[in-house]
Design a protein around this ligand. Structure first.
Ligand SMILES: Nc1ncnc2c1ncn2[C@@H]1O[C@H](COP(=O)(O)OP(=O)(O)OP(=O)(O)O)[C@@H](O)[C@H]1O
Ligand SMILES: O=P(O)(O)OC[C@H]1O[C@](O)(CO)[C@@H](O)[C@@H]1O
Ligand SMILES: [Mg+2]
Length: 436
């Protein structure tokens, strides 16, 4: 869990005067301290005290590695969209410029593509003025992309342009790419910091608490649940079926369902699903309560679509089969076969939940992540991402951040909350509800 450092901080930070009296308190972690991975007695008790796993704290350092007047900084956004990308870009530019006095900042257009000559490098200057108001808009002013880009060509670009720090705002794939860029930098014995701000509306990156944009995305998704519920409640045999993003992790579906507290079933990739338990239970539900709301994460029930051809996106991620539409047809067929009236409304808000601007809570988080990323990079940290772990800003080695996937734990308290709120039978396999 040690973060790589390019060298010792020998330059006094322009922020040093803000920090003279700081020491660890419940509101601040000193740079010499560490943030524990575990937060219960039982978890700590299971380890040797001498090597309790811990993260380096984020935040401004008294001494920094890079001379702000001499460096050039690059920013790139990669992967799918996420609310708050523009807040992070703006936060990076303003912190670099206002706090450290870094004036040479560039953005690479369209993800890693904008850094490789083969695609035609595409670069924009980023200034205080050019990032004004960008946080009011969804998307990313830099553009983004998927695909396979050669890390050596990317490092060629960094060297030729004289970039000293590269900020990568992206998901798990982008961070894997950033590790390869950082490896190529090390092989050439260059001192270029590569620092990540993890982005994923799926909230599937581990050790960073919640990812930025996630709150905004599930709040937007909750609007579709409300619409589906109103529609379902207004007609005989009403069923609202909402499919939400979440390839491998059902966080958006779970949180959106809890936000409304109207869902009767939440189906997520982490919890096995049994159609022959679900369909009779749904019919019973509609017969006894008049209507039902079903929320599906896109990665759920993929085992029912195994015959569909395997398709990959440009980055090699598997494109999932459309389980929501499949489920819609299975429900309609099942009700028809049982001679039971049904009025099903299907809603898939899909890209509408990730293309919106960040809400104020996410905007605050984006800015604070950007500040932490700049402080870490200026202090010479590299191959690391910034995140918030148990309320504290921390540095997480990139390898650690891609070592696993954050998923809803079927034995954890989030899923228990969902089960309590919906009353759905475990795994939707049993034919008897908990709360009929
Ligand atoms: N396994 C990998 N190794 C190295 N680089 C990768 C890898 N996967 C992806 N990349 C690089 O990262 C970029 C973005 O990856 P990807 O499309 O998987 O999105 P992501 O960052 O995972 O975001 P998200 O999945 O949240 O949309 C790709 O264009 C590619 O350059
Ligand atoms: O259609 P695209 O842009 O490839 O992205 C779809 C995927 O991106 C994500 O939003 C992650 O960024 C997933 O939830 C979704 O499956
Ligand atoms: Mg990904």
């Amino acid at each position: 869990m040690r973060v790589r450092t390019l060298g010792e901080g020998r330059i006094e930070s322009p922020l040093a005067e803000l920090l003279p009296r700081q020491g660890t308190t419940e509101h601040y972690v000193d740079e010499s301290d560490r943030v524990l991975l575990d937060d219960t007695l039982a978890m700590i008790g299971g380890r040797a005290v001498a090597d309790l796993p811990s993260f380096e704290p984020g935040g401004a350092r008294r001494r920094i590695f890079f001379d702000p007047s001499k460096i050039k900084v690059g920013i790139v956004t990669c992967g799918g969209l996420c609310p708050g990308l523009n807040d992070v870009i703006r936060g990076l530019v303003l912190t670099l410029n206002n706090q450290y006095g870094v004036s040479r900042i560039i953005g690479f257009r369209n993800g890693y593509q904008g850094m490789v000559a083969r695609h035609g490098r595409s670069i924009v200057e980023l200034t205080r003025e050019s990032v004004e108001y960008i946080n009011e808009h969804g998307g990313t002013i830099l553009g983004t992309s998927r695909g396979n880009q050669d890390p050596d060509e990317i490092v060629d670009c960094l060297e030729q342009l004289g970039v000293n720090i590269l900020f990568v705002i992206g998901g798990d794939g982008s961070m894997r790419g950033a590790i390869r860029i950082s490896d190529a930098v090390a092989q050439r014995e260059r001192r270029i910091a590569v620092v990540g701000v993890p982005k994923t509306i799926d909230n599937d990156i581990p050790y960073i608490g919640q990812s930025f944009g996630f709150q905004t995305a599930f709040a937007k998704a909750a609007e579709s649940l409300r619409a589906a519920h109103v529609e379902a409640a207004a007609q005989p045999g009403g069923i609202g079926l909402v499919q939400l993003m979440g390839r491998h992790s059902g966080f958006i579906a779970s949180y959106a369902a809890l936000a409304n507290n109207d869902a009767d079933y939440v189906l997520i990739p982490e919890v096995p699903f049994a159609m022959d338990g679900f369909l009779p239970d749904l019919r019973h539900r509609v017969a006894t309560r008049g209507h039902a709301l079903v929320v599906v994460a896109e990665g759920a029930g993929q085992e029912y679509l195994e015959d569909a051809p395997v398709r990959l996106d440009a980055s090699g991620n598997r494109k999932l089969g459309d389980f929501g539409l499949y489920l819609r047809d299975r429900i309609l067929d099942d009700f028809a076969a049982a001679g039971q009236e049904v009025n099903l409304k299907y809603i898939d808000p899909s890209y509408a939940i990730r293309s919106v601007p960040a809400n104020p809570s996410d905007s605050v988080y984006c800015l604070r992540l950007a500040q932490a990323a700049v402080h870490g990079a200026m202090a010479g940290r590299t191959e690391m991402v910034v995140g918030q772990w148990r309320g504290r800003f921390v540095h997480v080695p990139m390898a650690f951040a891609v070592s696993s996937r954050n998923q809803v734990d079927p034995d954890g308290d989030l899923w228990l909350s969902v089960m309590e709120a919906t009353g759905q039978p475990p795994n939707v396999a049993a034919a008897t509800r908990l709360n009929v």
